[in-house]
Structure formats: C-alpha cells, structure tokens
Write a protein that binds this ligand. Structure first.
Ligand code: GLA
Length: 406
C-alpha cells in the first residue's frame, strides 16, 4: 500500500517487547465492530501478520532464498457470507464508509483503494473456481502501511484464509500464498514475489521461515532472540517514495535481463564463482544488480547455517553486508534507511539492514537488550539532526502466522 492512511497507527514511543501493540483489537472487539456495522455477528474472525525479512531481499522473484518472520502486527478480518452476490466492505483505515460492490460485475474498475486487496483475493479465488457469493467484511489492521512490513500481504492472507475456510475450498498454505501473490500482481498491479505472503501464512512463533522460492519448500528455523538477550528493532523511517513501485519493477526487469544474457532460467542459477565471468557479459549496472542477488542468496544460506551453529548473535555481519549490497549494488536504499543502519551500528547494534522492497520503509537492527536504549536514542537524535521526520521504533519477535481466531 503506498499511502499513509492509518488513523490508528501505532503511537511513536518505546513499547517494550511483548507489550500490546497500540490500536490492536481483540477478536471479540473486531467481531463487535462488524456487528455494529452490519447488524449481525460474523461467521468468524481471521488474522494474518505483517513480517520483517531477516535477510534475502529481492531474491524471491529470482527463485532464490529468503528468511522472514511474522511480527505481532496483524490484519484482522471478520466475515459473514450472504445469500446474494453483494459484497459490503468496511475498514478502520481513515474515515471510510461501507463500500458496496456487486460481485457479478467485479472488475479492475470496481477493485480500487484498500478494497483492491480483499476483493483481489476474492477475484482470484473465483477465477480458480472457488464458489464465493456475497459477503460482509470488516478489516482492522495494525500493520503500518507503506512501512515495508507487508501490510498488503497481511490483508490478502487474512482474507484468503477466511474464504478458504468459509468456502471449504481446502487450499493449502502454499496455494494460499499464490492466491495472495496473484491478487497483488494481477489486481493491485505490483510485480512482487512470494516472500510476504509466505511469511504471513507459514510463520510460527519463535521461528523464521527459510523458504526456497523456486520449490516453495520451507523450513522453520528456531530464532529465540530472548534466550540470547537480543532483540530486533524495527526503525520505520516513515519514508514512502512515490517511485517505489516503478523502482521495484525496474529492479525486477534488470534481474530478468541479467538471467537472459547469462543464459539461465533465473538468477538463482548463478553462483558466486560465476560472477567474474558475468562481469564481462553484462553492462555495469545489470552486473551490480545480479551481484546483489547472487551474493544475497549466499548470505541467506550462510545466515541459516550460522543460526544453527553459533546462533543469532553471530549473524550481524551478514545483515550489515546485505544492507551494503542493497545500498551499493541494488541501489534501493535511501538516506533515511542508511542513517538508521549506520546509527544503529554505531550505537551497539550487532547488524542492521533495510528490510522489504526498499526506496523507504523500515530498517531492522539486531540489538543486545543492554544496548536497546542507546540505539533508540541514537537513531531518534540522528534523524532529528538530519532534519528527517521522527521515525517509529519498535521491537519485534517472531510471531504466529495467519489463523482463525474466532
Ligand atoms: C516486497 C515484495 C516481495 C519481495 C520484497 C523484496 O516486499 O512484496 O515479494 O520482493 O519486496 O525482498
């Protein structure tokens, strides 16, 4: 989602890990809002989380590796099936009125604004032959929009889970991932991969999801930060660059060009040892894009290996190397993200990197609990000194994936 339109965005400040996220509504409260709007109780309430990506950026659509985890900021949807072909939708984003759509005339024109996410999922499911008639839906999300934390995928995955259950379609989590991705690609119009939806649907508390984006095979990797007195701080820079979508598509096109020139199906098939030869075959910019993907895939594999060995406190240098690669080779960082990373590192973070699609959004920092206040204060001060808007800084830990909560 590109616009900041969240009225109940988490307040700035320093919530402690495990503290309730401001603006969160419990299942019963979501249900009550639904009932107050539509005059009857919902058939159920489903939630799906946003994510941070620990490492593995822009590797998903290159059929490579990613290592995200779900965060405790979620989209919740309450849904009731109706007997007709009318969909009525309300969200708690901004001053919204109920949107009413006739599903028999569902088209790209009628899937606009925030409704493109839930209706996009319904459209894809119907295209797949899943019988979905009219429904009422209320959405409430605490995933900040435009922050690189997958607010879109959270909505898609909550809605996909809801209609999968209500229709009895019995789609697997991996199939629902592809439903969400299709909604994003074909309805919202963003040419994204499967990272975000996989994180939202496959995550389990206390684990990161190690995903092979070629085969959709995944493994849950234990990530017990608290056991090592560590935390992951998110620094939401509040920067949403208008060219983010264009920049994302341009990077994807560069990767496809690189693969074509190198004669491989996807950049996943290029090894680090192939890079010297690739340098001679590609123009300098395409080569830098390719080098990011190839080295990033290796960093994901290395991170998984280090987590299994020395543990999370030893992955910092890999995270920081990933940021340098995105800043210098893939060129998707921005001054605010670089400042967040550099300042976190200067104040005791073990590693830091931007997370998500880039061109703004959030950075993450791996921080020893004892250094938390120093890192937070340092980043807030550095942003003020640079004349940047105050960032939102909050701790996240690996949370549960999408599920029915009522
Ligand atoms: C966005 C996309 C993902 C992925 C990341 C970059 O979050 O939705 O598919 O490409 O950017 O890693």
């Amino acid at each position: 989602m590109t616009e900041r339109q969240q009225p109940e965005s988490p307040a700035s400040g320093f919530p402690v890990p495990g503290a309730p996220v401001p603006g969160t509504l419990g299942p019963l409260e979501v249900s009550a809002r639904f009932t107050a709007t539509f005059g009857q109780e919902p058939d159920g309430v489903w939630t799906a989380p946003g994510r941070v990506n620990l490492i593995g950026e822009h590797t998903d659509y290159n059929e490579g590796f990613v290592l995200p985890f779900a965060i405790n900021r979620t989209a919740a949807v309450a849904v009731t099936l109706r007997g007709d072909s009318t969909a009525r939708l309300l969200s708690s984003y901004g001053d919204q009125a109920v949107v009413t759509v006739d599903l028999s005339t569902l088209s790209h024109d009628t899937m606009q604004g925030w409704t493109a996410y839930p209706l996009g999922v319904v459209w894809v499911l119907r295209q797949m032959g899943v019988a979905i008639g009219g429904f009422d839906l209320f959405l409430h999300s605490t995933v900040p929009t435009g922050a690189g934390l997958s607010s879109s995928a959270a909505i898609e995955c909550a809605v996909a889970s809801a209609f999968n259950d209500l229709s009895g379609a019995g789609l697997t989590a991996n199939e629902l991932v592809l439903v969400g991705q299709r909604a994003e690609n074909e309805v919202v119009g963003a040419p994204t991969g499967i990272l975000d939806q996989s994180a939202s649907l496959l995550s389990t508390e206390g684990h990161a999801v190690f995903l092979d984006c070629r085969t959709q095979e995944s493994k849950l990797v234990p990530l017990d930060l608290a056991a090592e007195d560590l935390l992951v701080l998110v620094v939401d820079t509040k920067v949403t660059h208008a060219h983010a979508t264009g920049g994302y598509a341009a990077r994807r096109a560069s990767c496809e060009l690189g693969a074509e020139v190198l004669g491989v199906h996807a950049l996943r098939d290029v090894a680090e040892a192939d890079l010297p030869e690739a340098a001679g075959l590609l123009d300098p910019e395409t080569f830098r894009r390719v080098r990011h993907i190839v080295t990033e895939d290796q960093r994901v594999l290395d991170t998984v290996a280090v987590l299994a060995g020395a543990g999370p406190s030893a992955i910092g240098t890999l995270l920081t190397a990933s940021h340098a690669s995105m800043r210098d080779d893939f060129e998707i960082s921005c001054p605010e993200l670089d400042l967040a990373v550099d300042t976190a590192l200067a104040n005791g973070a073990l590693g830091a990197r931007m997370t998500g699609g880039g061109f703004g959004g959030s950075a993450i920092a791996l921080v020893p609990a004892a250094e938390e206040a120093k890192v937070r204060d340092g980043v807030v001060r550095a942003f003020a000194k640079a004349g940047f808007a105050a960032p939102d800084i909050f701790a996240v830990s690996p949370a549960e994936g999408a599920r029915r909560v009522l």
